[in-house]
Design a protein. Sequence first.
Length: 389
Amino acid sequence: MARQACLLGLTICAFGALWVPLTFVAPQPGANRNGVGESVRRQRPLIISQDARRYVPPSSTNGSFNLFCRLSVAGACAMIASAAQKQQRAEKIVVRIFPTRAFRRQKLMRRLEPFGEMPAWSRQPLLRKKLIQNWRKRPTRRLSSYGRNLYERSRLRCHYNINVRQLTKYVLRAFKEGRKHPIDHLMAILESRIDNFCWRVGIAPTMAAARFIVRENHIQVKSQRRSRDYKEPEWVTVNTPSYLLKLGDEVRVRPKPRSQGLAKKNQDEDGPVEVPSHLEWDRESLVGRYNDLCDSQEVGITINEDFLISKFLGPQGVRQRHIRWFEGTTIPIYKIYNGGRIRPTPENILNMKRGFGLKAKGYKRPPCLWGRTNNPLNDPWEYGSKVKV
């Protein structure tokens, strides 16, 4: 709305810059209001009243007034343009601090907190509104299963202050690496973010404040020395809130007066916080360490795994690659085998043993009989390095 109002104001001022000075310019001696010269007017008779005034040449006062009008309109255009730029810059800053694009905290808490708290979303509690006329309150609809799953995902997204694209990337990684417990793996990934570390140890009151601290170059990270490193790792300033900590990484507040003062101020305002067991933090030196993955019982937000799995694995969930593994192993079953072999999945091997499709004709014949008469290409009883039953 502000951007549209500024554009409308610029249009009006540009029109005024062209129109206002023309209203104060005196007519020229050889032209009338329509721009037609005297030579054209002489072609038809004119009736001139007796009290018609003679032409008066423009004075210096009239010219200075025209100049003043032009400068005023130009100044108004410049002010509106600067206001539009400031508004656009403010919107960019807010979006950078809140990737969720949910700027009204109380309104979002009123909608999502009935399903569970979001500790890192706001420092202030939810303000309860008292209805003066209760009969005007509309009855709430019965929430569908899709809506409940969507609310659970919104709670998780707003707590960690990430957008849907980032959450989808973490979900795909969690389902790829932790097939047995994907939600626990997802929460471990989210808890290893550098902005979440700042919030858990107490140097930021909210996740948005932790994101601001990281973006303003107040946090440094030193990775653990590995066998291939020829020298001791150094402290590196990290300004990416989505930076994932690795086991053994050390985190500290940058040794600058401004950074140290901001971190201590936030610690004093929030008081002592409960640091989880997988993290270490010294409140005096402002140095910590990421020791282990976060346990599912010490996550910063209480979630319902059933609703999240229904949301991520349903027909409208994330698109993940479908992979089949040999039973009891981590070896994937490839989808394409050279020579027309059928995928050695358990159901295909069982159908080959039963002889399904071996007597079919035409396009109904299975790929193992293409170009063959009787002997199929697949042997359901074979064993080897590539086929495991």
